[in-house]
Design a protein around this ligand. Structure first.
Ligand code: HEC
Length: 114
């Protein structure tokens, strides 16, 4: 009986340990970068206006440097509601909460390119 308790506690310790280390790995994989996340959203939602190659005539947001330099204004504007002064994407529906969260998370994660 005692042996059973010892092996049960060893087993639960192992389970707990492997659970913790796998959830850490999952959190690490979720870091938002420009290349994996932000770039795709901008090219889908901020085109053609901010993409010079597509004929955009307002401030270019088609590179890592331009997006990083404007991140605070971007987050401010996409958090507004349609009709409010400065709202982006101009004349389009508001981005979904999860898309807005990509920009916020990118900033929190340190504005990494890769
Ligand atoms: C239909 C065209 C259009 C789309 C789509 C659009 N914008 Fe804009 N954007 C504009 C125009 C026009 C301005 C200039 C007027 C202003 O500042 O409000 C502007 C200005 C901005 C500025 C300020 C630039 C500066 O001069 O400092 C930011 C930041 C911005 N947009 C972000 C975005 C983001 C992020 C998206 C996509 C989620 C987006 N916009 C989508 C037309 C657009």
């Amino acid at each position: 009986m005692r042996k059973f308790f010892i092996s049960a506690s060893v087993l639960s310790f192992i389970l707990m340990f492997s659970y913790c280390s796998s959830s850490k790995k999952a959190a690490k994989a979720a870091v938002v970068t420009y290349d994996a996340g932000v770039m795709a959203v901008i090219s889908e939602k901020c085109t053609p206006c901010h993409i010079p190659d597509k004929g955009g005539r307002v401030k270019p947001l088609n590179t890592y440097d331009t997006v990083r330099a404007n991140i605070d204004d971007i987050i401010r504007r996409i958090s507004l509601n349609p009709g409010e002064k400065g709202f982006m994407p101009f004349k389009h529906d508001k981005l979904s909460d999860s898309t807005i969260a990509v920009f916020k998370q990118w900033k929190e994660d340190g504005l990494r390119e890769k």
